[in-house]
Design a binder for this molecule. Structure first.
Ligand SMILES: C[n+]1cn([C@@H]2O[C@H](COP(=O)(O)OP(=O)(O)O)[C@@H](O)[C@H]2O)c2nc(N)[nH]c(=O)c21
Ligand SMILES: [Mg+2]
Length: 319
């Protein structure tokens, strides 16, 4: 905030009612005036202060496809590989049935859940060990799901690349699947970084997941190593769009300075009525059964338009 608050982008402040993507019926906002204020901050700051943090499963991929076909999660893509040991699926399913209810238990404190999640990812890593495996198996299955990305995902990633906006794709799932889908969909541009769990190999055999373990409750920018290149790239970018489909995804930018301006976009599909209040309390923009990238793209387009006006105005001033 501070003195930024009084500045307005050249041409005057934008009103949310003048942004068609945000006036659609399925686009809900708890506090439209606050969204408006932050959008205007984004316009003042321009692309060089922006970063994107997005979940992968059912955020970059669709929650619902036109043909009704199911979209597997990143772990699901791995589980569909033919060469996994016979008991692998049954054993990981057992873990899922034990730990998933804990993950989503509305009563258990997070601090207590964390221990269980570490146990779950550790045991899952142990099962993912001791047998040969070829990445091409993941690639083959992932190739069938490149069409399952949200409509206009390709354009969205092209916008981000053109504007030079660092984009972090965060997944507590399996990074090998995430990278494979994004690469085969031709959206894995140099400005995109995937932070997730990647397969580790030892002596030609699988050996669990690489460190650091990314689980549901550390899936946020605090796991970015402060010495990493990506941290260097984003730690001064305090204008952030966070995108997710699960309540926990809203925290993916925690760890960034408190003065940051953040718009959290939540994609809501399952049990809309029952979940609406929680989503409205958690996300700044809630999109109900929206299987597109249109709303985040509309924000980028405003930023780009303003940026061009600013460049033009600077050019005029220097004449
Ligand atoms: C360790 N483990 C965790 N999960 C689930 O995978 C999810 C991956 O987390 P995510 O990618 O952050 O979230 P999203 O899928 O909501 O987009 C977690 O929320 C867990 O419910 C898992 N799912 C499967 N199938 N197998 C596993 O070994 C496993
Ligand atoms: Mg998700």
């Amino acid at each position: 905030m501070g003195c930024d608050e009084k500045r307005e982008p050249a041409g005057g402040g934008l009103r949310v009612q003048d942004i068609p993507a945000l006036t659609q019926d399925h686009c809900r906002m708890r506090d439209p005036a606050e969204v408006e204020r932050i959008i205007n901050e984004f316009l003042i700051g321009g692309p060089e202060r922006m970063q994107i943090v997005s979940d992968f499963d059912y955020t970059i991929t669709k929650q619902r496809t036109e043909d009704g076909g199911a979209v597997p999660s990143s772990f699901g893509i791995f589980n569909a590989c033919q060469s996994l040991p016979e008991n692998f699926k049954a054993e990981t399913d057992k873990l899922y049935h034990k730990y998933r209810p804990i993950e989503i238990d509305p009563h258990m404190p997070i601090a207590e859940k964390v221990q269980y999640m570490i146990e779950w990812w550790t045991k899952s890593g142990e099962l993912t060990s001791g047998f040969p495996f070829d990445q091409s198996e993941i690639d083959q299955i992932a190739s069938k799901y490149t069409h399952a990305l949200r409509d206009r995902t390709h354009e969205f990633f092209a916008d981000l690349q053109r504007l030079g906006i660092p984009t972090l794709v965060f997944s507590a799932g399996l990074g090998n699947s995430v990278v494979s889908v994004l690469r085969q969909a031709n959206v894995l541009h140099p400005n995109v970084k995937v932070v997730s769990n990647f397969l580790q190999f030892r002596d030609g055999l699988l050996d669990g997941f690489q460190q650091p373990m990314i689980h549901t409750f550390n899936k946020n920018e605090t796991v970015l190593n402060e010495t990493s290149e990506y941290y260097d790239l984003v730690h001064t970018r305090d204008h952030i769009i966070v995108m997710g489909d699960s309540i926990g995804d809203a925290d993916m930018a925690s760890g960034v300075p408190a003065s940051s301006h953040i718009i959290k976009i939540g994609f809501l599909f399952d049990h809309v009525e029952a979940n609406m209040k929680k989503y409205m309390d958690t996300f700044d923009i809630v999109l109900v059964d929206d299987q597109t990238m249109d709303v985040p793209r509309s924000l980028l387009s405003l930023i780009e338009k303003q940026h061009k006006l600013n460049l033009e105005a600077a050019k005029q001033r220097s004449l």
